[in-house]
Design a protein around this ligand. Structure first.
Ligand SMILES: [Zn+2]
Length: 447
């Protein structure tokens, strides 16, 4: 038995590609002539200029900034007019970084103004010659794949914080698993692994996370795999499926608002102090969210009501098919009218507190055959399954990803595992020769 364990463990460890330590590069010291290193940024050799970096402050204007760098008013007006189609100088925003390249002589006159819209996009306004021009650029973005794992101690946000995982990735996972795992009720010890893309500018500046390639979530000891797959190469649509090609989605979203918490569930025996502790059934699910949060249609359908009552406030009702309808209450504003066809995820209104409510939330009501039911208790129809002709191809596609996921350790305790093996192999040799290779590995280890 012990021997078997050893083999299994060894298999686990040796079957996963451990990253090879890179050979140290031998560097040759060759005497070189002293040449100043070129520092190229935004397409300019910064050595040729005095470089001034700053951010737009409250009250700053393009004119004032340039004035401070020795450009006179007529020139500023000329620049603003000439570049207005590419760059509206009135639109510079507080907090945005900019760089000014100035002459290296005593005049220290601005020559180039570079405005950074975000980490990736920037505009270069060049006025060093009489020819004034503005050009928009994008910094080249490198996409890398990152593999991380986490174990829930308190909640998902804490794990994300501790492991340096972008919160967008956590949100992405809660979307992928919306119907499989209740992210509001995770348990201590639940754990996950995720492979996702990260964007970097100039190979070093983090510029946000990209798509989730594959994920593994273990909830109450049950494993759930998810893989991103392009299910229509012509439309370019993607969706997530599990390791057996089942869709992870339902025809309905789990809830009508993202990033919110359920403040009150469907409960026919709810008692409310305000009403003398009498039973006041709650036939909706309340999602607390900030005023103005978009409310999403949970499934495709046609708007049958978009109106106002004293109790419901501003509300919308959507008929999805002959069986299901959904209703959304207490909106600040409605975004649809009766007869509109809406698709799953469309914004139909915004969270408010109109009607009979004590705080901002959306009361989500789920109707089945004309009766209000608890959506979480329903066996809801699954979203469209993977096309049968794609299934084989899909399974082929995910095989290496399953392997990759399985190889991500939960904690960096590989060394402990190796020690554990060394201890175990002191047991007498067994007759088990089912796998020569792995036995050989064990023998080599024990010496
Ligand atoms: Zn409610």
């Amino acid at each position: 038995m012990k021997k078997l364990l050893v083999i299994v463990l060894t298999l686990l460890i040796f079957s996963c590609n451990k990253k090879q330590k890179e050979e140290p590069q031998i560097s040759l010291d060759i005497a070189k002539e002293e040449v100043p290193v070129e520092v190229i940024e935004f397409g300019y050799n910064l050595n040729d200029y005095l470089v001034q970096r700053d951010t737009v402050k409250s009250g700053d204007s393009f004119g004032e900034i340039l004035l401070n760098h020795h450009i006179d008013y007529p020139k500023i007006a000329e620049i603003a007019a000439k570049v207005k189609d590419t760059f509206d100088v009135r639109r510079i925003r507080v907090g945005k970084p900019y760089t000014i390249l100035k002459t290296k002589d005593t005049t220290e006159k601005a020559q180039v103004f570079i405005y950074q819209h975000d980490n990736i996009n920037y505009t270069v306004v060049d006025f060093k010659d009489s020819l004034v021009n503005a050009v928009k650029y994008k910094k080249p973005v490198t996409v890398v794949e990152r593999e991380v794992s986490g174990i829930i101690e308190t909640n998902l946000s804490d794990v994300a914080l501790q492991n340096g995982i972008d919160y967008d990735v956590i949100n992405g996972m809660s979307d992928i698993y919306a119907w499989t795992i209740d992210f509001f009720r995770l348990q201590k010890g639940d754990r996950f692994k995720v492979i996702y893309k990260e964007k970097y500018i100039e190979d070093s500046i983090y510029a946000g996370s990209g798509e989730i390639v594959a994920a593994y979530f273990e909830h109450k000891g049950e494993p759930f795999y998810a893989f991103r797959y392009e299910n229509d190469s012509i439309l370019g649509t993607v969706d997530y499926y599990d390791d057996e090609a089942n869709t992870l989605r339902r025809a309905f979203l789990r809830g009508p608002v993202k990033f919110s918490r359920i403040s009150s569930r469907y409960n026919l025996r709810r008692r409310i102090a305000l009403y003398g502790n009498r039973v006041r059934p709650h036939k909706g699910t309340d999602y607390a969210a900030a005023i103005g949060t978009p409310i999403l249609a949970t499934a495709n359908g046609t708007v049958t009501k978009s109106s106002y009552t004293r109790g419901n406030g501003k509300y919308v009702k959507i008929k999805h098919n002959s069986t299901y309808s959904t209703q959304y209450l207490h909106m600040k504003d409605r975004n649809v009218k009766v007869g509109d066809f809406v698709k799953q995820g469309d914004v139909i209104g915004w969270v408010g507190m109109t009607g009979n409510t004590s705080g901002p939330h959306v009361c989500y009501r789920f109707w089945k055959n004309g009766r209000q039911v608890d959506p979480f208790k329903q066996k809801l129809p699954a979203a469209e399954p993977i096309k049968p002709e794609l299934k084989e191809q899909y399974l082929e596609f995910v095989r290496p990803l399953v392997y990759k996921l399985d190889c991500i350790p939960f904690e960096d305790k590989v060394e402990d595992q190796e020690e554990f093996i060394t201890e175990m192999i002191d047991t007498p040799e067994s007759e088990d020769k089912t796998n020569e290779t792995y036995n050989a590995t064990i023998n080599r280890q024990s010496k």
